[in-house]
Design a protein around this ligand. Structure first.
Ligand code: ADP
Ligand code: MG
Length: 248
């Protein structure tokens, strides 16, 4: 089975989302191919997290269409998994038991394999409290991929990590995506991270998409002149919309 058989497509058509009188997303159109890796970049308050929440079934569009695998979303689907900026682990459960929550039937072997995939098998019995920030994020990632999801939603999961830990986590995400073939949607403030990981970078302002940039670079990506070129054109766009978002 090729990677593209494993992920779900995501189609967003004329989508609007408001909270009371606050219009957050207006007439949004976006199609994400199965098995694709899309990064969403934009200033705070542009509706990025809201969009991920709607894809996961945690929230609903005000109007318009949002199809996952060609179908309207009917609530939360266990094939669609989330990793947030905070690990959100259960503090009274071990790393392994946290990961078991994401595994089919709480399967211990699958959970251990997922912990091994993020390099933390030897920390399986540790409480979240004694793990570092990077380690707890890796446990959260293991919990998300233990269920071999069709869609992985990543809402700034590397945002709070130091530079080296961030690079390790980026490598893990890329390797898991290659192995499992899920469709990945990554929200990040870090343009370099977006270019490092995504096939396509979408830039949002307060009304919707202002840039949709294919990244045609071989993997693993080197920080060469082509990489720098993509970084620059995307960063220029992001800086232009600096003041146009809701809460800036
Ligand atoms: P981003 O992730 O791009 O920073 P969000 O999607 O979190 O932005 O939020 C977009 C806007 O919607 C913000 O102005 C935020 O305050 C508002 N918002 C988000 N969720 C809710 C909610 N449940 N109720 C009311 N307003 C909300
Ligand atoms: Mg957000």
């Amino acid at each position: 089975m090729s990677n593209t058989d494993k992920g779900y497509t995501i189609e967003i058509k004329n989508l609007n989302k408001s909270f009371g009188s606050l219009s957050v997303l207006e007439n949004l159109n976006l199609k994400i191919d199965k098995g694709g890796f899309v990064a969403i970049v934009g200033r705070s308050g542009c509706g990025k997290s809201t969009l991920l929440r709607m894809i996961s079934g945690l929230d609903k569009p005000t109007s318009g269409e949002l199809l996952v695998k060609g179908e309207k979303i009917k609530g939360v689907d266990s094939n669609v998994r989330f990793v947030f900026q905070e690990a959100r682990l259960l503090p009274w459960k071990s790393a392994l038991d946290n990961v078991r929550h994401g595994a089919p039937n709480n399967n211990k072997e699958i959970a251990l394999n997922a912990l091994e995939a993020v390099g933390l098998k030897d920390r399986a019995d540790c409480w979240p409290l004694i793990l570092s920030g990077g380690q707890t994020q890796r446990v959260a990632l293991a919990r998300a991929v233990a269920g071999t999801p069709k869609v992985l939603l990543l809402d700034e999961p590397m945002g709070a990590l130091d530079a080296l830990t961030r690079i390790e986590m980026q490598n893990l995400v890329e390797n898991l995506w290659k192995e499992q073939g899920f469709t990945a949607v990554l929200v990040t403030h870090d343009v370099s991270e977006a270019v490092r990981l995504a096939d396509r970078v979408v830039v949002f302002d307060n009304k919707g998409i202002v840039m949709d940039q294919q990244i045609d670079l071989k993997r693993p990506r080197e920080r060469d002149a082509d990489f720098a070129h993509y970084e620059k054109i995307i960063l220029d766009k992001v800086l232009k919309i600096h003041s146009s978002c809701q809460d800036e």
